[in-house]
Each structure stands twice: as structure tokens, then as C-alpha cells.
Design a protein around this ligand. Structure first.
Ligand SMILES: Nc1ncnc2c1ncn2[C@@H]1O[C@H](COP(=O)(O)OP(=O)(O)OP(=O)(O)O)[C@@H](O)[C@H]1O
Length: 362
């Protein structure tokens, strides 16, 4: 089942416009991730799709049916929340069976579904336990089993892994992904974690400041961000964004933070620019005298790579990822260069299209 939003808006009251002009089409069987910083309206959007929060304007469709006025139950979808919403006084089995009993399904049918769902999430042996007798990951699995047993073709998940430790999150991430694929679910998954978004999504929607910033595949979002917000949201460590201006002597030359020069095939825009450079697209080497354009602040050795934090002569801070171990000492002068994958943004942060072949490092 597919989900379509057309110009959806949400005002909680006349003062708080939370979401504006949200339009998207989520295809049947797609793993669709909504990401954005805290408070940007992710949960609100999910709750509007579920029918738990009314929309102020626009249209929500499931397949070809407008569901704006349908109550949650009639939308035939399931939700998995951050806090799992398990009943503490019911066993694992009864927690999973609860929704099916409420729908008055035949007992044999309920038993068969609960059994299958618990098997799928590896909880068969713990069916009699109460939620308090389970670990966080096991509770999470009960919530997933409930979604599986419901047989709904659409599942909405709101930060389902945020209560788990890092290792368990990785494991559950893989389990949710496998379940989604196996059941052919249309899954809308809310998170503020860019790694979850990148690793699981078919498509990602980036929300910020009331608007959709970008919708795309993980690689489109990473390699072709539409603005500096999206560029900064994805990638660890974060992309470097440096101020840049066209050289007065040569209209093809751009001075980046007055420490690096880039020569373009085409004429550079005259306006103020910002240049985005991913930390692994920069190079550093020891340098002396006029060759040096930066000073090392400190380094972090992470085993397979080293992050070099440095300050350019102009005063802007940068960080560069160097493979393996980099032996720079603090305060050592270095030369920083960058000659590939540069991204150009205007002063408002909007991406400017300058072709990849169009620049060489001078
Ligand atoms: N019932 C409500 N009444 C008024 N304002 C609300 C209500 N619920 C949420 N908001 C506001 O709407 C905005 C979006 O909230 P929402 O919970 O959707 O954000 P979120 O992106 O899910 O955040 P987080 O990642 O922190 O959970 C916030 O500014 C919040 O304060």
C-alpha cells in the first residue's frame, strides 16, 4: 500500500506552524525514513499519517483513498513507538495478542498469528514473561511482534531504537530491515539519527524549519545535498563549510577562506559563496613558511583513521580525515588542500550547480 501526502500543513495553534507544504509519495514496500533535528515535526507528521493528530490543511492518501477523515483504526496500519507502549500487566503473548482480540478475530487465527510473530522475532521461549522481566531489546522485539501479527501492510515507527545501547541498536536495525523486506511492509520510520537513515532507507526525507529540505536515496542525499543544512546533517565528522569569494583579479578564481584558491572553468558567481568540503576530501601535509596555510590544533586517532583538527590562517576551523595514523603535533604548521568533490552554496545555503569538472586546485 502506498502513502501520499499533498501539501500537508500543521498548526497546533495560530502561533505555532509546525509543518508547511509537505508533499511526498511513499511507494508500496518502501523503507522510507524521515529525519531531522529535535522538534522539527517528525512525530507530528507520523501521527497525522496514523490519524492520531488532525491535519490543518492538505491531503493524506492511502493508495487512492483520501483518509483525512478516517479514524486510526480504519487506516489499517500499525505503529511502533519509542517507549514500546507495552501493557506491563500482560505477558509477552498477551501483549502481542491484544490488538487481535480487540479486532475480535477467531481464537485459532489469533493463536496462529501470535505464534508466528513471536517466532519471527525470536521470542518464542519468553512468551510467558511480563515486560519488566525483559531486556530493552527484548521489549523492542515484543513491539515489533505486535506489528508483525497485525498483518497490516503499513507500519509507522517513531524512534523505535532510541532507548537501546549502541550495539543493540545495530542488531535491531538489521532485524527491522530484514522484517520489512520479508513482509513487504510499507514502512515509515522516524529518527534523528543520520546513520539509521543512511543504512536502512530506500528514500530519506529531511525535514527542518517546517519544510521538506530534500527527498532522495541515501547516496543522493549524501553526494548531492540540495542545501548546506542537508550537507551538514549527513556525514561524520561533519562537512567543512567555508566562506568564499570571487577573486578581484581573476573572475574564474575563488578564494576559499582566503587560504585556498580554486580555479573554475567557468566564471565564478560574483555573490558571496560558501564551499562545502567533506573531511575525507581534504589533504594535509607538513609545510613551512609561506607554504603553510594552517596550524594543527589537535588530532584524534580512531584506529583506522585520524581526525586532524586545524585552524586556517584566516581563522576558520577545519577538520580533515586522514587514513591510518597521522603523526602531526599540536601547533605544527601544515598545508591543507582540496581538489575534488567541492560543493558550492550561495549565502543563503542553497546549492549552486557548478560542474565537477569545472574546477582545479591552484
Ligand atoms: N500537542 C501539541 N501542542 C502544541 N505544540 C506541539 C504539540 N505537539 C508538538 N508540538 C510542537 O510541535 C513541534 C514539533 O514536535 P514533534 O514532536 O513533532 O517534533 P519531533 O521532530 O518529533 O521532535 P523529537 O525528535 O524531539 O521527538 C515542536 O516544536 C513541539 O513543541
Amino acid at each position: 500500500m502506498s502513502i501520499t501526502l499533498n501539501n500537508v500543513r500543521k498548526d497546533y495553534d495560530s502561533e505555532t506552524e509546525v509543518l508547511k507544504d509537505i508533499s511526498v509519495n511513499v511507494e508500496t514496500g518502501e523503507f522510507f525514513v524521515i529525519v531531522g533535528p529535535s522538534g522539527c515535526g517528525k512525530s507530528t507528521l507520523l501521527r497525522m499519517i496514523a490519524g492520531l493528530t488532525p491535519i490543518t490543511a492538505g491531503e493524506v492518501k492511502i493508495d487512492d483513498t483520501v483518509v483525512n477523515d478516517l479514524p486510526p483504526k480504519a487506516r489499517k496500519l500499525t505503529m511502533v513507538f519509542q517507549n514500546y507502549a507495552l501493557f506491563p500487566f500482560l505477558s509477552v503473548w498477551d501483549n502481542v495478542a491484544f490488538g487481535l482480540k480487540a479486532r475480535k478475530l477467531a481464537t485459532d487465527d489469533i493463536n496462529a498469528r501470535v505464534k508466528e510473530a513471536l517466532k519471527m522475532v525470536n521470542l518464542t521461549d519468553l512468551a510467558k514473561r511480563k515486560p519488566r522481566e525483559l531486556s530493552g531489546g527484548q521489549r523492542q522485539r515484543v513491539a515489533l511482534a505486535r506489528a508483525v501479527a497485525s498483518d497490516a501492510k503499513i507500519c509507522l515507527m517513531d524512534e523505535p531504537l532510541s532507548n537501546l545501547d549502541a550495539q543493540l541498536r545495530i542488531k535491531m536495525r538489521q532485524e527491522i530491515y530484514a522484517l520489512q523486506r520479508k513482509l513487504g511492509l510499507t514502512l515509515i520510520y522516524v529518527t534523528h539519527d543520520q546513520v539509521e537513515a543512511m543504512t536502512m532507507a530506500d528514500h530519506i526525507m529531511v525535514l527542518n524549519d517546517r519544510h521538506v529540505q530534500q527527498i532522495g536515496t541515501p547516496s543522493e542525499i549524501y553526494q548531492n545535498p540540495r542545501n548546506d543544512f542537508v550537507a551538514k546533517f549527513f556525514g561524520t565528522p561533519q562537512i567543512n563549510i567555508l566562506p568564499a569569494t570571487r577573486s578581484e583579479e581573476n573572475s574564474h578564481m575563488v578564494n576559499v577562506s582566503s587560504d585556498l584558491q580554486i580555479v573554475l572553468d567557468e566564471e565564478a558567481p560574483a555573490e558571496n559563496l560558501q564551499i562545502g568540503i567533506r573531511p575525507d576530501d581534504m589533504k594535509v601535509q607538513l609545510a613551512e613558511g609561506v607554504d603553510a596555510n594552517a596550524v594543527v590544533k589537535n588530532t584524534e586517532f580512531l584506529g583506522d583513521q585520524t581526525i586532524v583538527y586545524a585552524t586556517l590562517n584566516s581563522g576558520n576551523d577545519i577538520h580533515v580525515v586522514v587514513p591510518g595514523k597521522a603523526d602531526f603535533r599540536n601547533y605544527e604548521p601544515i598545508k591543507v588542500t582540496a581538489d575534488s568533490n567541492l560543493m558550492f552554496f550561495d549565502a543563503t545555503g542553497k546549492r549552486i550547480d557548478i560542474s565537477k569538472e569545472a574546477y582545479v586546485h591552484a
